[in-house]
Design a binder for this molecule. Structure first.
Ligand code: ATP
Length: 254
């Protein structure tokens, strides 16, 4: 039988997204896509609008205007169908601390309707080195251990769109490297894409296929994190980040 053509629909299409609070725009006309197998870094200084953007993609915040589609499914009108295809991990969204690791994964697995849930949980406990914490309450885990449980929860439903808000912020260097490898392997399978925020530019350079620089709610720059600094006369991605943070208007004119 001939191989069916690969599905090239982007996993995420955000179009003309805008969010205002009290009349002030914190996300101001942002459009971008995440393709299958792609890891896109959403970068920008504190307050640039990254978390607000992620919250709109998750349907937690309603955009003031603009549209978001996950695998073509409109988040505003078919929220459940869009969320079935999505998952998320962030340090500011910890899992319930009074439930054990296994209980948490079971509850979220049931919410997502994961098939062979027990088998899926076992596989994720092994992959994220969590077997010994299976019956430990999440509330007593170290921050790095909790981050790994959040990542296991984020992978439970094999999402098409994986949103990661600073996924390695609390991890030691060795664990962070393992986690990056796991997320790269997830993307390399080609069915899902990742939107990743991080303030660690070396990590971004290592992991992301493409980056979007947000400044004051707008995308200022976009491109390959390995070539973008040179294109804008900066030696490193960190130097470029600092320039975006300090002199966004000069870069806009460049
Ligand atoms: N509910 C709200 N009401 C008013 N202002 C808000 C609200 N939520 C966010 N903001 C403002 O919107 C701006 C963008 O915030 P956001 O959390 O999206 O930034 P961020 O890029 O994720 O920053 P950080 O890197 O610090 O996490 C900030 O100035 C913030 O104070």
């Amino acid at each position: 039988m001939p191989t069916p053509p690969a599905d090239t629909t982007p996993v995420l299409v955000a179009h003309a997204l805008r969010k205002t609070f009290g009349g002030a725009a914190v996300v101001d006309g942002v459009s971008f896509q995440v393709g299958r197998g792609e890891i896109v870094g959403l970068l920008g200084p504190n307050g640039a609008g990254k978390t607000t953007t992620i919250n709109m993609i998750l349907g937690v915040l309603a955009p003031t205007s603009g549209t978001i589609r996950v695998e073509g499914v409109d988040v505003a009108t078919r929220r459940c169908a869009a969320l079935e295809r999505t998952n998320f991990a962030a340090v500011y969204a910890p899992l319930p601390g009074n439930l054990s690791v296994a209980q948490n994964l079971r509850v979220f697995g049931l919410m997502y309707g994961v098939r062979d849930l027990a088998g899926r949980i076992e596989a994720l406990l092994r992959e994220l080195d969590l077997v010994r914490f299976r019956d430990t309450k999440c509330g007593v885990l170290s921050s790095g251990e909790q981050t790994r449980v959040s990542l296991a929860k984020a992978m439970l439903n094999d999402p098409r769109l994986l949103l990661l808000d600073e996924p390695t912020a609390s991890l030691d260097p060795a664990t962070a490297q393992d986690v990056r490898a796991r997320i790269r392997a997830f993307a390399a399978r080609g069915s899902g894409g990742v939107l990743w925020t991080s303030h660690n530019m070396l990590e971004v350079q290592e992991v992301c296929d493409r980056v979007l620089f947000l400044s004051r709610g707008r995308i200022l720059l976009e491109g390959d994190p390995r070539t973008l600094p040179r294109e804008h006369g900066r030696a490193t991605l960190e130097d470029l980040f600092i320039a975006v943070a300090r002199e966004p208007l000069a870069l806009e004119r460049a």
